[in-house]
Design a protein around this ligand. Structure first.
Ligand code: GSH
Length: 206
């Protein structure tokens, strides 16, 4: 597919939302230039590529800005000759999978809250941070016994946005040690298997 513009992504390799986009790009064979965002506490949207909510990732294709990991993933699908390699949520009409999708993205946001709270030196017993840690723990506990059924319900696929997001979440939780995943063997095994993919290896933040 002929591309008129370069794809410039403001993001951080250590960010799980950015990693989702980088893995999708790798799976779909779309090349992206990553612009590192240094300071997640900056109040200047320009430092985030113009993202008004002061977040990463933020994609620029020519003059057009795209914000939000899922939104950007859809832009990449549109631009790729291999778009069908990543299965998107809208293609799946299943209650369990829909709930899993919602909870995984919610947990990714909770993870951000906990990590930013730590970076901002908020107290460990801060009530909002404590709530985010408990909510994150609850989501992982919800996913653990259901993971096999969730994966079974996905149609035949190369991979899916849900699996990519779940992998990025588990890896981030594990690397940042925000909450324990010691007693989540199924989630850990899933991440180990997914981590063997070329796209996962190429985007390893370590
Ligand atoms: N819904 C957004 C969330 C992105 C997000 O929370 N990114 C984190 C980094 S992993 C961030 O930029 N945090 C800064 C902040 O929330 O102030 C998306 O899908 O891109």
């Amino acid at each position: 597919m002929m591309r008129l513009h370069r794809y410039r992504l403001h993001g951080r390799r250590t960010s799980h939302f950015t990693r989702v986009v980088l893995i999708v790009a790798h799976e779909l064979d779309v090349s992206i230039d990553l612009v590192h965002v240094d300071d997640l506490f900056s109040l200047d949207p320009d430092h985030y590529g113009g993202h008004p909510a002061l977040k990463v990732p933020c994609l620029h294709v020519g003059e057009t800005m795209h914000v939000g990991a899922q939104n950007i993933a859809r832009v990449l699908r549109r631009s790729s000759a291999h778009g069908s390699r990543v299965l998107f949520a809208e293609a799946i009409d299943d209650d369990l999978v829909r709930n899993a999708e919602e909870l995984v993205w919610t947990a990714m946001g909770l993870e951000v809250h906990v990590v930013l709270g730590r970076m901002a030196s908020r107290a460990e017993d801060d009530p909002l941070l404590r709530k985010s840690r408990v909510a994150l723990t609850n989501v992982l506990a919800w996913l653990e016994p259901r993971l096999a059924s969730i994966l079974e319900r996905l149609p035949p696929r190369h991979t899916s946005l849900l699996e990519i997001a779940l992998f990025c979440l588990i890896e981030h939780v594990s690397l940042r040690a925000t909450v324990s995943i010691e007693d989540r063997p199924r989630l850990r095994a899933f991440a180990t298997t997914f981590g063997e993919r070329a796209s996962a290896r190429a985007t390893d933040p370590r």
